[in-house]
Design a protein around this ligand. Structure first.
Ligand code: FAD
Length: 277
């Protein structure tokens, strides 16, 4: 199927993009890499009269480094997450996770901003951003504001971002040297979304655990992280499994998903622990 007709806009300033969204309201949607939105439009699950392409907005591009943080423009592609050596040295878990998304073709186009803004529980970046305690910056008609990734997801495809706001940047605190990390994902075949995935960071007396595609939002469990930081792996797994709420679908029944979640989380914890320096 091809999408229904739409008008294509390609502004070079954020203010112009927001103006177009304000003018057309529910009829307008921004498009970044198009690899979630365009398939939905082809399936006629989304019908937009106006698409506002973000590709020409320079402010949304690039990756900046400081001693304490990494700040990525929303239009950073998943391929750039893999390809950028400075990023891989500071936050290797981003590269490890991005390599498990779809295939190179999707990763050349798909953006980190689109991946986190979409609110799709199957996307890999939202849980990872919660694990890393990232902050999202959005800008809209009322100005700029920052939203912690851990407060961003409200339900499937519903987030704390207002319809007229554009996600501009993602800031991630750089973990202390020697922090162990792992992103582990079980999928039915190459290119599939996760049946279960888990992001784990551990080191320097702290730990963080997030789970993907096991609820209608990503799940970051404070209790699981606290248990893992205290060396209680069984307690961490139990707390994480207690926090998820998987639903039966084509990836399997609830009990199977809970089982896979436990296996994947234990693998991620073991690999993260083995990398603590
Ligand atoms: P788009 O499709 O352009 O946009 C997605 C949504 O986010 C739209 O509603 C759009 O309006 C909104 N949006 C985009 N950017 C912004 C912004 N800056 N501010 C506000 N709203 C914005 N993803 C995974 O994580 N894991 C997978 O395993 C995976 N497998 C895939 C397999 C296939 C075959 C395909 C086609 C896609 C797969 N994806 C997967 C999704 C892919 O990673 C998408 O590219 C990504 O989720 C969305 O990024 P995008 O730039 O393409 O966003």
């Amino acid at each position: 199927m091809i999408p229904a007709n739409f008008e294509y806009h390609r502004p070079s300033e954020i203010s112009a993009a927001i103006g177009i969204i304000q003018q057309h309201g529910d009829e307008a949607r921004v498009v970044a890499g198009g690899h979630s939105l365009i398939p939905m439009m082809k399936l006629r699950m989304a019908e937009m009269g106006h698409l506002v392409d973000l590709q020409d907005i320079e402010e949304l591009k690039g990756i900046e480094f400081s001693d304490s943080s990494v700040v990525m423009g929303a239009m950073t592609t998943q391929h750039e997450l893999i390809d950028n050596a400075d990023l891989a040295s500071r936050l290797p878990i981003l590269r490890e996770a991005a390599l498990q998304i779809a295939d190179p073709q999707v990763r050349y186009m798909g953006t980190v901003g689109g991946n986190v803004a979409n609110g799709d529980p199957g996307n890999d970046m939202p849980g990872l951003m919660q694990c890393l305690n990232a902050t999202f910056e959005v800008v809209g008609p009322d100005g700029r504001r920052s939203i912690p990734a851990r407060d961003f997801y409200e339900a499937a495809y519903f987030t704390a971002r207002e319809d007229e706001e554009i996600l501009t940047k993602i800031s991630i605190p750089v973990p202390a040297t020697g922090t162990g990390y792992a992103y582990e994902k079980q999928k039915r075949k190459i290119g599939d979304y996760a049946t279960a995935a888990s992001a784990v960071m551990i080191g320097n007396g702290a730990a963080s655990i997030a789970m993907t595609n096991l609820s209608d939002t990503p799940i970051w469990s404070e209790a699981a992280g606290t248990a893992l930081a205290a060396g209680d792996v069984d307690g961490a797994v139990a707390a994480a499994l207690d926090a998820i709420d998987p639903q039966e679908d084509m990836r399997g029944p609830v009990e199977f998903k809970k089982h896979v979640a436990g296996v994947i989380l234990r693998r991620a914890i073991a690999r993260a622990q083995s990398r603590v320096g």
